[in-house]
Design a binder for this molecule. Sequence first.
Ligand code: SAM
Length: 261
Amino acid sequence: MATLSHCLPSITSQHRRLFFRFKHRPIQCSAAAERQALFNRIAPVYDNLNDLFSLGNHRIWKRMAVSWSGAKEGDNVLDLCCGSGDLAFLLSEKVGPNGQVTALDFSKEQLQIAASRQRMRFKPCYKNIKWVEGNAVDLPFSDSYFDGITIGYGLRNVLDRPKTMEEMCRVLKKGSKVSVLDFNKSTHPIAISFQDWVIDNVIVPVASGYGLGSEYEYLKNSIKEYLTGDELEKIALEAGFSTAKHYEFSGGLMGNLVATR
Ligand SMILES: C[S@@+](CC[C@H](N)C(=O)[O-])C[C@H]1O[C@@H](n2cnc3c(N)ncnc32)[C@H](O)[C@@H]1O
């Protein structure tokens, strides 16, 4: 097993690019603070583990999610729960140097890694990403501000999903779309058993090698407590979206909700 230091991007103070913080809206709920701490802890190995666990497929799923968001040249778009920035970078390629990408997360560590990755990329479009430290349930943006939103593996992790959905609807322009990529909460017993087996026998043991076994044990419950495709469509419509459709792919392991304001 490679040691942690081999896998870590080197983050020096020089790399600690500034990002926007909304200090007037601190995380107050202890459950949210715990979750925030969890994502701070896994941040250094998050990208490497994603590649390992998905055998690189998460890159394809993220491209699909960006495509479903309808983002196009010149758009002003948001990547919510951006983590280390994979979806934000893809969005930035879509909207180009004349567009604007805002990427929001409540984990300072994830944002520092995202900003450091941005510094290592040289295409002009990547300059258009602005990193924002903030809370998905209380977005610091005005109404009808964005032309599209992506949220990858984020909605499952926020404590108040209906409120997050309402916030996404509020900040989207009429006719624009949100694309919500995540694990699919299957209703098929075989798919559920397979997902559980992979988490117990592959993901948790590998993460334990990085000292993060308990952090990744959380994954199984988070999928169980997540919403099925039908439930996702329902909360999107209740939040004010005019249409909502959930797609399953990769043998039902993954899902993507597309909702239009
Ligand atoms: C599993 S990671 C996904 C990161 C990235 N979107 C990706 O697909 O690789 C989930 C992210 O959601 C963020 N997150 C969870 N709850 C949040 C909240 N209430 N507000 C902002 N970010 C949140 C975490 O900090 C974490 O970076």
